[in-house]
Design a protein around this ligand. Structure first.
Ligand SMILES: Nc1ncnc2c1ncn2[C@@H]1O[C@H](COP(=O)(O)OP(=O)(O)O)[C@@H](O)[C@H]1O
Ligand SMILES: O=C(O)[C@H](O)[C@@H](O)[C@H](O)[C@H](O)COP(=O)(O)O
Length: 202
C-alpha cells in the first residue's frame, strides 16, 4: 500500500510523510551545510518549498550566549556545539516529515551527531571562494555573524565525501542550484524498495 502511494505520488507532503514511515529508506532528511554566508538558509528555503517539506534553520537553535559570543567575533567550540546540534536534530525529528536542515555542520562528528538522531542524511555542501562569501555576508543586514569568523569556520571545516553528498558552487545561479539540489534529493536510490504489485512481479 505504501509502495503504491509512492509510485503514483510526486514528491509531495505525502511522500515526505512516507519517508518517516520507512525510516528514511526512501526519502531522507537533507542537510544543507557549509561555512557562514554560503547561502544555506537561502537554498534550504527554496528546496523545502520545492519539495513541500519542512525546513529547520539551525541558527534559530543557538543558545543566546552562543549568539553573543559569535557576534563578539569568538568562534564556538565543540562544547558549545553539541547541545546546539542536538536541539537541531530534535527539531528536525519532531517535524515528523522529511526536513531540509540549514546548518553549518562543519565537522564530520557534527554531521554524525545529527545522523544519530535523524538517520542517514543527504548532504548538500555549499562552497565558494572566500571573497564571494565575504561579499555575500557583507550584503546581509542585521545578522550576528561577523565576516571575521570566516577563517575560523574554514579552519574547522571537514569536507563531506561520498555518494550521498552533492557539492554546489555558490557562484552558480540560485535557480540552477535549486534544480540540482532537487534532482539530487529525489534521485532513485539503490536502497529504495521496488514497487511490487500484489501477487505480481515488479
Ligand atoms: N545563490 C545566491 N546568489 C546570490 N546571493 C545569494 C545566494 N545565496 C544566498 N545569497 C545571499 O547571500 C547572503 C548569505 O546567504 P544566507 O542564505 O544567509 O547564507 P548562510 O545561511 O549560509 O549563512 C544573503 O544575503 C543571501 O540573500
Ligand atoms: O548564517 C551564518 O552565518 C551561519 O550559519 C551562522 O549563523 C552559524 O550559526 C555559524 O556558522 C555558527 O555555527 P558553527 O557552530 O558552525 O560555527
Amino acid at each position: 500500500m505504501i509502495a503504491l502511494s509512492i509510485s503514483i505520488a510526486p514528491m509531495t507532503t505525502l511522500s515526505c510523510v512516507l519517508a518517516t514511515v520507512n525510516g528514511g529508506d526512501l526519502v531522507r532528511n537533507i542537510l544543507v551545510m557549509g561555512i557562514c554566508g554560503t547561502g544555506k538558509t537561502t537554498l534550504a528555503g527554496r528546496l523545502a518549498e520545492r519539495l513541500s517539506c519542512a525546513m529547520i534553520e539551525a541558527d534559530e537553535h543557538h543558545a543566546p550566549e552562543a549568539i553573543a559570543r559569535m557576534a563578539r567575533g569568538d568562534a564556538l567550540t565543540d562544547v558549545d556545539r553539541w547541545g546546539w546540534l542536538d536541539r537541531v536534530g530534535a527539531a528536525a525529528h519532531d517535524t515528523g516529515v522529511q526536513t531540509v536542515i540549514a546548518c553549518s555542520a562543519l565537522k564530520r562528528a557534527y554531521r554524525a551527531r545529527l545522523a544519530e538522531r535523524l538517520g542517514a542524511l543527504d548532504i548538500i555542501f555549499l562552497h565558494g571562494t572566500r571573497s564571494l562569501v565575504v561579499a555575500r555576508m557583507s550584503q546581509r543586514t542585521a545578522h550576528y555573524m561577523p565576516t571575521s569568523l570566516i577563517d575560523s569556520q574554514l579552519a574547522v571545516l571537514e569536507l563531506p565525501e561520498g555518494q550521498d553528498v552533492l557539492p554546489l558552487d555558490i557562484a552558480d545561479p540560485l535557480d540552477r542550484m535549486v534544480d540540482a539540489a532537487h534532482d539530487f534529493a529525489t534521485r532513485p536510490r539503490q536502497s529504495a524498495r521496488p514497487f511490487i504489485p500484489q501477487g505480481g512481479k515488479p
